[in-house]
Design a protein around this ligand. Sequence first.
Ligand SMILES: *[C@@H]1O[C@H](CO)[C@@H](O)[C@H](O)[C@H]1NC(C)=O
Length: 143
Amino acid sequence: MHRSMGACGRAALWWWAALALAHARELDPAACSARFDVQRDKIIRTEESREMGARYLSELDVGARHECLRLCCETDSCDVFVYEEKSPGSCYLFNCGPPEDFRCKFTAHGNFSSGVMALSRRLAELQDQERLANHERELATLR
Ligand SMILES: *[C@@H]1O[C@H](CO)[C@@H](O)[C@H](O)[C@H]1NC(C)=O
């Protein structure tokens, strides 16, 4: 026997879908920063990387490396950031693709840091959505 979903159920489902969509673009901040492998003294090889298929997304001046990382987390499809180590410093955002199909190359440079997301952005977003779904289930069990 099955009964149709009530208005409450539909509202909850809609709410969950809206949350999942919002989070698909902006990764959970704490989880996102933990996913970066940050290398001091590294700069991207811009031309080689772009020839390999990397996409330059944007540049912004920020006050610190962690702000550059956060900017990357908040930027759709960003999975690599390059920060010029001064304050303010230039923060360059790139899409280099998932680890199994990585399109960027780096080289040593004392005044730059590079951060690479250790997990594909797509997988990271799926994990975030899964975690949200778990929270919702846990909450619902209280009823
Ligand atoms: C790093 O920056 C300092 C100060 O701007 C500069 O003197 C130095 O030459 C730079 N290092 C490199 C490797 O470019």
